[in-house]
Design a protein around this ligand. Structure first.
Ligand SMILES: [Zn+2]
Length: 207
């Protein structure tokens, strides 16, 4: 299963994930969720709900270690443990699991990244982003500041004919809530201009 979506959320599931799923459902918008295995193990019901509602789960490793902290064997183990939990979430949701599970490394894949060898060995590609928002910061920017940044990136990308994939955050290693993220997404999705643009791009509801 693959979806074309401009929205991806990392580091969950977390305390805000249900509220985010409510917002996405109200706008029939699907997203990619790059989950942490350590959070997923405690929130299989939330992940199963996301899958049932048409979202795609991606692997963001088990513990969100910084580049270079884990041995290749330990990183491989984290990816495989998280894959197994993701497959279990699809099973719980009674939704067929995708042929391949998307993967995004913590902090993204950098040039000369020591973790690239592990991905090559596992034959896994890496899903990056076109814009990462500051919603992970403490304190987070206001929802209006976040949605302004999103609108600006969308307008700039459209002018260049480029796709958009936002990296936002619905959780954290510390299980923080992300109310600003949820509200920013609600503001964006309820904007008539956004909906018109999505439909024009063939990315309307239900895809
Ligand atoms: Zn992350």
């Amino acid at each position: 299963m693959s979806i074309s979506t401009p929205l991806s959320f990392d580091d969950g599931p977390g305390p805000s994930t249900h509220a985010l799923l409510d917002v996405l459902r109200a706008s029939s918008c699907q997203a990619l969720f790059f989950v942490l295995g350590s959070n997923l193990a405690r929130a299989m019901d939330v992940a199963a709900r996301a899958v049932r509602e048409g979202h795609v789960l991606g692997n963001h490793t088990y513990t969100h270690a910084r580049p270079g902290v884990l041995s290749d064997a330990a990183l491989t183990d984290e990816i495989e443990q998280t894959d197994a939990l993701i497959r279990e979430a699809y099973r719980l949701a009674a939704v067929p699991e995708p042929a391949s599970i998307p993967l995004r490394l913590p902090y993204g894949l950098e040039p000369e990244d020591v973790r690239a060898d592990v991905l090559a060995r596992l034959k896994r590609s890496h899903t990056g982003w076109t814009a990462i928002l500051d919603d992970w910061q403490r304190p987070a920017p206001s929802p209006h500041a976040l949605v302004d940044a999103m609108r600006w990136h969308i307008a700039e990308s459209r002018a260049r004919g480029q796709d958009v994939l936002f990296c936002m955050h619905d959780g954290s290693r510390l299980a923080e809530a992300r109310p600003a993220t949820v509200e920013a997404v609600r503001l964006l999705l309820s904007d008539p201009d956004w909906r018109a643009g999505q439909l024009a791009n063939g990315r309307g509801a239900g895809q």
